[in-house]
Design a protein around this ligand. Structure first.
Ligand code: NMX
Ligand code: MLT
Length: 419
């Protein structure tokens, strides 16, 4: 059903894009300064993304819906929305949920690979290796090798994407139980939806934790096309590498401390605060602690953003969850105090362009509250969710025939002689 709905939409989108390129192909949407070329291309508009947009003033907008209006929807609903531009009706929702359930079984070779890895492997290394190993069963690769026309490749990108989304909660939960000695793996429960089933397979049996997983896996799904994980995945996918290799490439980028690994760093920072003060410090003490960290040349994790210039609505959604479900928790209280203290400190320091919290500032404290205390696992949770946005973007790029990514680089010599 999803494939059929998408086929119809893709026909319309292709025509629309062809006529936009025909009418406006020579219009300028961005210029690039020398500083931008040396500065991570910040602010350069050089690619398109249909699934979502990030507004500096209000944050994530998914297919025209501001995040704050849809943060209650389930991950499966948001995946459908990212792909098709519409919220699913009950039968389309059931269809996508059934497709994910039909792909829940993790192949045995994945477990053997994971079990052979060093016991102290980072969970993100384990996750991306497991995802890459699934390449052996890629339908996309088989169809490509059989000479499938380029125009049909999106269908097999979607098929592999759904396989990956079906299997990724089980792989991630298995990594958690294996890596942190939690006992035997827990089989999926077909009666549960995607996020509740993940919570079940982790082995954390708490109804509020299930609600948190639903929110968590929804909120991290997508952040337009230029963030490190999406951009890296899409670049790899543009070479017609399989969805498994492409998603793994992007998630390797998510595993960097300036990107998704900031959620691990952030909780570590909050615990350092709590440990240092043996509880919740006063705001003045916290302010001094932040200055010490900044003065030692380190960033405050969970604050700042390359695009946002406001508190991240994903942070706000997590804070609302915490205020509703969590009381008397020192870790969450430190997070609340940091929200008061850090923005003025960063403003006074004057370096960060955005002094406000991002998605990673609050999420770890909520996980910690429910007993998911192994913070080097946190980026795996981000990955499960982000895989949805990456897959949706990949399917659309393939369907629109976006060619191989290959911007032009220049040397410093060239800049000196030509500007
Ligand atoms: N604490 C201290 N300094 C900061 C912070 C921060 N939270 N954010 C930015 N700065 C510094 C930054 O290091 C840079 O310093 P320098 O000139 O010495 O190199 C300066 O401010 C200007 O950086 P910006 O242009 O504001 O930020 P940029 O767009 O380059 O980077 C981040 C964005 C998110 C990488 C940066 O704000 C940061 O390192 N934040 C902390 C890590 C973090 O929370 N990352 C998670 C992002 C969200 N995610 O999930 O991916
Ligand atoms: C993300 O969710 O990808 C982060 O907020 C980073 C970004 O948008 O650059």
């Amino acid at each position: 059903m999803l494939q059929k709905i998408l086929s119809e939409k893709i026909n319309i989108w292709q025509k629309e894009i062809h006529s936009v390129i025909k009418e406006k192909g020579d219009e300028v949407i961005s210029e690039v300064t020398v500083s931008q070329a040396y500065g991570g291309m910040r602010g350069v508009k050089g690619l398109t993304c249909e699934t979502s947009a990030v507004s500096a003033d209000s944050g994530l907008i998914i297919r025209g819906h501001p995040l704050k209006d849809i943060s209650h929807i389930s991950p499966e609903e948001v995946f459908f929305l990212l792909l098709t531009g519409e919220l699913p009706n009950s039968s389309s929702l059931k269809d996508i949920q059934d497709q994910l359930k039909n792909n829940q079984k993790v192949p045995e070779y994945v477990w053997r690979i994971l079990e052979s890895m060093p016991k102290n492997s980072h969970p993100m290394t384990m996750l991306t290796i497991a995802i890459q190993s699934l390449q052996v069963d890629s339908v996309f690769v088989k169809k490509y090798n059989a000479g499938t026309p380029k125009t049909d490749l999106w269908k097999w990108t979607l098929e592999d994407g759904i396989t990956l989304l079906g299997v990724i909660p089980g792989i991630a939960a298995g990594i958690y139980r294996m890596r942190f000695n939690k006992g035997a793996r827990i089989e999926p429960d077909k009666t549960l939806d995607w996020s509740a089933n993940f919570a079940h397979m982790l082995g954390i049996q708490n109804e509020d934790f299930k609600k948190l997983m639903r929110l968590y896996l929804m909120l991290h799904c997508d952040h337009e096309g230029g963030n490190v994980s999406a951009f890296s995945s899409l670049t790899v996918a543009s070479a017609l590498s399989s969805p498994f290799l492409s998603v793994a490439a992007g998630l390797n980028g998510l595993a960097g401390p300036l990107h998704g690994l900031a959620n691990q760093e952030c909780l570590k920072f909050v615990l350092d605060v709590q440990e240092h003060f043996k509880g919740v410090p006063s705001e003045k003490e916290l302010e001094d602690f932040c200055w010490d960290r900044l003065n030692s040349g380190r960033v405050i994790p969970g604050y700042g953003h390359a695009v946002l210039r406001c508190p991240d609505p994903r942070f706000t959604a997590f804070m609302e969850f915490g205020k509703k479900y969590i009381t008397n928790d020192d870790v969450f209280s430190v997070v609340q105090s940091l929200f008061k203290v850090v923005p003025p400190v960063l403003q006074e320091q004057g370096k960060a362009k955005n002094p406000w919290p991002n998605v990673d500032a609050a999420s770890g404290s909520l996980l910690y509250h429910y007993g998911l205390k192994e913070f080097n696992y946190y980026t795996v949770l981000f990955s499960i969710s982000r895989a949805m946005g990456i897959i949706a973007q990949m399917v659309i790029n393939r369907a629109m025939g976006i060619p191989i990514t290959r911007p032009k680089s220049v040397t410093t010599e060239w800049i000196k002689n030509n500007t």
